[in-house]
Design a protein around this ligand. Structure first.
Ligand SMILES: Cc1cc2nc3c(=O)[nH]c(=O)nc-3n(C[C@H](O)[C@H](O)[C@H](O)COP(=O)(O)OP(=O)(O)OC[C@H]3O[C@@H](n4cnc5c(N)ncnc54)[C@H](O)[C@@H]3O)c2cc1C
Ligand code: FES
Ligand code: FES
Length: 1341
């Protein structure tokens, strides 16, 4: 575009945390997040996904709305907001509202003190969402808070503590609102407990709200007066000319139309929530961007005779506000469409997206799964289009969307506004959206349904049914609607309508998105909901002979879930315990405050070295192929590119792997999965490196076979060796003794770690002797050091690996992180400069693998009374293209095949499948959950086959104290029966069950289910040599203490616990003790922080080191008994005593032999029990988690706040595993689900409405430090209680449909699986395509 005579302005003016910034050459492609982090060094806001799906980057943006004459504050995603869009805005980041040094803001203080920050990577984003909410509403309701967090994810905490902490800002102030006679339930429970008079049984609060600073809205940063006056000045055109893109902010509508006429290909950008995704992930480039967000005509709202007209740039938040007011003010019959739009907005993205995304952007994206378009189409909205030539008005009908993401707009036209009509008497409208997760998820099927009746009758005059998710565009079911006109709204119409819809709304069996039978069933089931809704309204107006049957009424209930409430019970410290002794007290994670202020430093927050370069990976797009050639010419032409790194650049060995060296650092001549790392581009910036990496062209020669699924591997006998078996008793005898034998199968899907911080490494060559220093986000510093040394061909002593903290690990940074670190180290070695790489979320998900999918096949023999006599189970795991830790994972699955049940004759065999997927790896539970999930599947089948209550069959088969496991380990201090009984009591199991039975009798289309599940989890690494740890403790002359130990901090609070251990041992306050980082040059040869054993192992090592030091100080204490710690340290120093000691620990008596089935694999077991109640919607497959009670044996808790945090966090991760998270692959091993947009981890709304967690009291464990127990992994499996409660509810639905007996339900129990399992008349109308007759879009691996 030609330069014009400077009628435009080219400096971007914005304020950041109150400071004015004038940016001369703003780069249009630069997101605000990168600008803040890299240019302004404000690293508080984090990068979690770059697609608006996690909220880690949330900041608040304030601007003066000159139309409404108000200052608007809104939370938005800095990862999507182009910095150029922020002209005349004030940006507030987490650093701007408070700091540890200055003063914390109440939102920062409360999340920290309420234990709502574990790894802390999500915390700044959550803080800023809350802050923005409070700036707009100083006393919000819980519903406001829940809405504010729809766009924020946390992978660690399980959300409960965050909500609990922030509940204190509401009017309720943290009261549970559930007690009788207005007395808070939580407080009354505590009182009851304390009144028992036994101090060891008393319950304390996890935090004390009375310590919180009050919120004082008058103290907030003011909107810069200068911005206010600048905002009032006449608007000038703005232009920013970047490397590839030009950004133009037109001054007026006429200016916009002129520019569009000159540049028909120019892209309009408003919220950038769609275009940003296209440019980042779909590699699209728009050289000219027009930003019309400030043009008054495009922001206007006009009330006409027919409806309300919204300018195309009106944000979804404003749209919602206006419609809410209209709904409140107008008669209900007039606002049927408005209510439907609000219903869709309620579950549309998160607040950060709704705050910037425009109504016009949603329409013009023309996405087939848009939530608003089906409503607009069914409602017959009118669109006004405009160009320099004039105006056109089009109805929004099936001619408007002409193809996939294409509309009837001409290139030079823009959308000016949309009119949303009022409804009339006799007109009814509903909208429905079905997605995998309720909050912030794209629709599977979404619809708008509109019916108009002849006046005063129930005869259909007109009808429009519009669906999204059923084709390449939003579609109208016109044929169905036509056939229903003139008919009465009765059951016959409903049945016919469903058949017509089933005929009309077809999908190819191979349709993109898969779930074909489910999507078709939804079109019918959602219509049924609409039918009932309308029938009810007609009945209310005396226009229908019948109202909705009482047992059908819940099918149309769209009510909001109650806000969550919770109770945590734990044992108080003994009354005589010294005040300074922190063991057993619920002290806050030591970094929590820094995490809440954004001051905590993660790997990518380390400031850039002056000559630093950035690395981007080049990965394979083929599952199995020879590499014929690599063409880097286009890549090398990208500005700033320094080099391409390939296997030839590796000075040492290219062979790598955590257990066996069966992988390459960089592919040599062959790739064995999509995502196999082939090479890397190193450039001056991340943008250049990533652009160049995409320009590398690799040509392949395909190889066969391509093995993707477990079934493929079984068919080709593609297994890693050895095949493990554990067997006890005599199976033949066991099956003979049984009254019945049944066989079954279950598939358990994999899981992505989704640590909020992706893998990151900064490698810094030291220039001498091949030395290199690495800053890594890893659970395994020593392994990283060893594998980098091997690749560089230098001794390990020349490599230092340092880990400050991780933004979550969960096993995903135990072994797979070292591949990236090695590639980065090789690149740094090659270019002799520091090199950094933090994987993009989609790369991380593609490359680093996750939890192993498992398939279990079983045969169970049992007595009529439910006693299980014999089990023969075969496990298959999908390991991917390298062995990694798969053998140990399978071994742990086998060690847990009994869960808590004593089966006299049992055999488990484990096959590890070698497939063409990225190598799967450790994940919290390490095979244990998969092993036990199969157990509970056969246990459930036995109960169903015997017609007995599942809890009765489970209890009957349970171990007793002193019993032997199948691997001959004796169960001592066996607390499962205590956990079981307490859990039955606190969950009020019997009453709950009776209530559910009654509920299920009274409701046909929603069902409730209940389940109680125990768990027993073996503690120790099964590789014996890993059960060792070291620590190094220094006392400085001022009395301060520095600890280093072998464990890494990933949010679990390990460092906090280690400080507590040292504090008790040295008998000094924890404030004198510091842990800075984990590093290989202080404590060598460390085991990965894994297997839940890190507190046990490192705690003992720290204890031993502290004991040594204490002994050395003893003489000085004896000589000066009234002196203080500093006196004794000084005296010892002047006496030339060594004030540094190391400690070492190895777990005694471990070792197991698979050949002889003898020895001890575990030091001890952790136990727990959970009860869960759910409600399913049989028509859509959605479910709500109504209640969970957990009783967990953590021994004598070192820190109840951290332990409860682990229990709840693990439980919610398990809820994700068993009910929500689904990795979807093509038949060629291509992973579709590579970000939060498609892969759904639990969100705030997924936590149980009522959650009770109790740490078992008086259960000391003599096998671990200060009688504690491991807690990281064991509670995860308790989420199986939710899965089996769902299965229980489905059983009730099937019983109503006359389908009885055991049935297969694979994990996760997604809406699709739940719906398909609830067989009924609607599912029969839409049978699944015949397997083998088509190539499905996705396969289950
Ligand atoms: C995390 C996330 C969650 C989401 N969730 C949902 C969801 O739940 N439901 C849903 O339906 N969508 C969802 N979306 C999609 C997206 O947010 C919406 O489509 C949004 O309304 C787009 O608005 P925008 O202003 O950001 O569009 P932009 O990205 O700015 O523009 C989108 C398109 O519209 C065009 N356009 C914009 N205005 C005009 C105009 N006046 N005239 C002509 N063309 C114009 C642009 O040129 C571009 O092609 C989600 C997106 C993200 C990133
Ligand atoms: S990084 Fe912006 S939402 Fe995830
Ligand atoms: S604390 Fe929320 S992601 Fe770790």
């Amino acid at each position: 575009m030609e330069e014009i005579n400077k009628t435009y302005q080219d400096d971007l003016i914005l304020f950041v945390n109150g400071k004015k910034i004038v940016e001369k050459n703003a780069e249009p492609e630069l997101p605000l997040l990168t600008y803040l982090r890299k240019k302004l060094c404000l690293t508080g806001a984090k990068l979690g996904c770059a697609e608006g799906g996690c909220g880690a980057c949330t900041v608040m943006v304030s601007k003066f709305d000159s139309d409404r004459k108000i200052i608007v504050h809104k939370a938005l995603n800095a990862c999507l907001a182009p910095v150029c869009s922020l002209h005349l805005c004030a940006v507030t980041t987490v650093e701007g509202i408070g700091s540890v040094a200055r003063k914390l803001h109440p939102v920062q203080e409360r999340i920290a003190k309420a234990h709502g920050s574990q790894c802390g990577f999500c915390t700044p984003g959550i803080v800023m969402s809350m802050y923005a909410l409070l700036r707009n509403n100083a006393q919000p309701t819980m519903r406001d808070i829940e809405e504010a967090f729809q766009g924020n994810l946390c992978r660690c905490t399980g959300y409960r503590p965050i909500l609990e902490g922030y509940k204190t800002f509401t009017k309720q102030k943290g009261c549970c609102l559930r007690g009788e006679a207005g007395v808070c339930h939580v407080i009354s429970v505590q009182k009851e407990e304390t009144q028992s008079g036994d101090s060891t049984n008393s319950v304390q609060q996890l935090f004390n709200p009375s310590e919180f600073m009050p919120l004082d809205p008058t103290q907030e940063i003011i909107f810069p007066p200068e911005l206010m006056s600048l905002s009032k000045q006449p608007v000038r055109e703005l232009r920013f000319i970047g490397e590839r893109v030009q950004w133009i902010q037109p001054s007026s509508l006429a200016n916009l139309l002129q520019l569009k006429a000159e540049n028909p290909a120019a892209k309009l950008v408003v919220g950038n929530t769609e275009v940003g995704i296209e440019m980042k992930f779909k590699n699209l480039l728009y050289p000219v961007i027009l930003a019309p967000a400030y043009i008054p005509e495009l922001n206007s709202i006009q009330y006409t005779e027919n409806g309300i007209v919204f300018g195309a740039c009106v944000t979804l938040t404003l749209l919602g506000d206006v419609l809410h007011t209209a709904v409140d003010e107008l008669p209900s019959y007039q606002t049927e469409v408005f209510q439907a739009v609000l219903q869709q907005l309620r579950w549309f993205a998160g607040q950060q997206i709704r705050n910037v995304a425009a109504i016009g952007g949603n329409i013009m994206t023309a996405s087939p799964i848009s939530d608003l378009n089906p409503v607009f189409m069914a409602a017959g909205c009118k669109l006004t289009l405009m160009s320099k030539e004039g105006i056109r008005v089009l109805p929004m009908d099936d001619k408007f969307f002409i193809d996939y993401r294409k509309t009837a707009l001409k290139p030079e036209e823009i959308l000016l506004c949309i009119e949303i009509p009022y409804t009339k008497k006799g007109q009814y409208f509903s909208a429905f959206k079905q997605s995998s997760r309720k909050e912030d998820d794209i629709a599977i099927v979404t619809c708008g349904m509109n019916v108009v009746f002849l006046e005063g009758s129930n005869i259909v005059q007109d009808m429009h049914l519009s669906y999204g998710g059923m084709g390449p565009t939003t579609v109208l079911a016109s044929a169905t609607s036509r056939r229903l006109v003139g008919r009465q709204w009765d059951d016959t119409l409903m049945q016919d309508a469903c058949s017509f819809l089933a005929e009309e709304m077809t999908l190819s069996p191979c349709a993109p998105g898969g779930m074909v039978a489910y999507r078709r069933t939804l079109t019918v089931s959602l219509f049924f909901k609409f039918f009932l809704t309308v029938q009810h309204k007609l009945a209310q107006e005396d226009l229908s002979a019948e109202d909705v049957r009482a047992d059908y009424a819940s099918a149309i209930d769209l009510s909001h879930m109650d806000s969550p409430t919770s109770i945590q019970l734990f044992q108080a410290v003994p009354s005589g315990q010294k005040v300074d002794d922190m063991i057993g007290r619920p002290i806050m994670h030591l970094s929590a405050m820094k995490q809440a202020t954004g001051e905590a430093v993660y790997c990518d927050d380390i400031p850039c070295y002056e000559n630093e370069l950035y690395l981007a990976l080049v990965t394979s797009s083929k599952p199995h192929a020879y590499i014929k050639s690599i063409d880097t010419s286009d890549a090398m032409a990208v500005p700033g590119v320094v080099t391409f790194v390939c296997d030839q650049d590796i000075p040492g060995s290219n062979k790598t792997g955590p257990a066996v060296y069966d992988e390459t650092v960089l592919a040599e001549d062959k790739v064995t999965c999509v995502g196999h790392i082939v090479g890397a581009v190193v450039a001056d910036t991340q943008a250049h490196a990533q652009r160049a990496a995409k320009a590398v062209r690799i040509s392949y020669e395909d190889l066969q076979p391509v093995i993707v699924t477990i079934q493929d591997a079984i068919a080709s006998e593609s297994f890693y060796q050895p095949i493990r078996t554990i067997e006890r008793g005599d199976l033949t005898q066991g099956f003979q003794e049984a009254d019945n034998i049944l066989q079954g199968e279950i598939h358990i899907g994999g899981q992505e770690h989704f640590y909020l911080e992706t893998n990151c490494t900064v490698a810094v060559p030291r220039g001498e002797d091949g030395e290199m220093e690495l800053f890594v986000s890893t659970q395994s510093a020593a392994k990283t050091q060893a594998l980098v040394a091997k690749a560089l061909g230098v001794p390990a002593s020349h490599i230092v690996c340092r880990v400050k903290r991780m933004g979550g690990g969960f096993g995903g940074k135990e072994s797979r992180s070292s591949i990236l670190s090695t590639v980065v180290a090789v690149a740094a070695h090659k270019v002799k400069r520091p090199v950094r790489c933090m994987l993009d979320r989609e790369e991380d998900m593609l490359v680093t693998g996750g939890r192993h999918p498992f398939f279990g096949r079983y045969k169970v023999g049992f007595k009529r009374n439910g006693k299980v006599m014999a089990v023969d189970v075969t496990y298959y795991s999908n390991a991917g293209n390298s062995a990694d830790l798969s053998l140990s994972i399978m071994e742990r699955a086998l060690f847990h095949m009994d869960n808590c049940y004593n089966i006299p004759h049992i055999r488990g065999t484990g096959y590890i499948c070698r497939t063409n997927l990225p190598s799967n790896t450790a994940f919290r539970g390490f095979g244990g959950p998969q092993g036990m999930m199969v157990t509970e599947s056969w246990m459930n089948d036995v109960a169903l086959a015997c017609g007995l209550a599942a809890e009765q069959v489970r209890e009957m088969n349970m171990y007793k104290q002193g019993d032997l496991t199948p691997f001959h380990q004796r169960l001592e201090q066996f607390t499962i029966h205590r956990c079981w009984q307490e859990c039955l009591t606190i969950s009020d199991f019997c009453q709950r069950k009776a209530n559910i039975e009654l509920y299920n009798k009274q409701h046909r289309w929603t069902k409730r289910g209940l389940s109680i599940i125990p768990t027993k989890f073996g503690i120790s690494f099964t590789a014996v040599f890993l059960n060792q740890a070291g620590a190094l403790v220094h006392i400085y002359t001022d009395g301060s203490v520095l600890i280093t130990h072998g464990g890494t901090e990933m949010g679990q609070g390990l460092h906090t616990k280690m400080v507590q251990v040292a504090s008790r041992t040295l008998e000094i306050p924890s404030t004198k003790i510091h842990i800075s980082e984990t590093s290989t040059n202080t404590v060598p040869n460390t085991s990965p922080t894994a297997a839940s054993a890190s507190s046990d192992l490192n705690g003992m090592a720290v204890y031993n080191a502290c004991k040594t030091l204490l002994q050395r100080l003893e003489p000085y204490k004896a000589r000066n008994p009234t002196g203080c710690w500093e006196n004794w340290v000084t005296a010892a120093y002047f006496d030339r005593v060594n004030l540094s000691a190391n400690g070492f620990y190895k777990t005694p008596d471990l070792g197991y032999n698979f050949e002889t089935n003898s020895g001890h694999p575990f030091n001890y077991f952790s136990y727990g029990v959970a009860v869960s109640e759910v409600e399913i919607d049989c028509l859509t497959g959605s479910h709500k988690n109504l209640h969970t009670s957990i009783v967990m044996d953590v021994g004598k808790s070192l820190n109840p706040a951290l332990d409860i945090g682990q229990v709840e966090g693990a439980f919610m991760q398990g809820v994700g595993l068993f009910t929500l998270e689904e990795l979807r692959y093509s038949s060629q091993g291509y992973l579709y689900t590579r970000g939060p947009g498609m892969y759904k981890i639990p969100a705030f709304g997924d936590i149980p409405t009522e959650l009770k967690v109790s740490l078992l009291r008086d259960a000391p464990n003599d096998k671990a430090i200060f009688s504690s127990k491991a807690v990281g992994e064991p509670p995860l499996f308790l989420a199986a209680s939710v899965f089996y409660a769902i299965k229980d509810a489905i059983t009730a639905a099937r019983t109503d449909a006359g389908v009885l007996g055991p049935f297969r339900l694979d994990s996760p129990a997604t809406p699709e699986r739940i719906r398909n399992a609830c067989q009924d008349t609607f599912t029969k109308l839409c049978p699944p395509p015949e397997p083998g007759t088509y190539a499905p879009w996705d396969v289950r691996v």
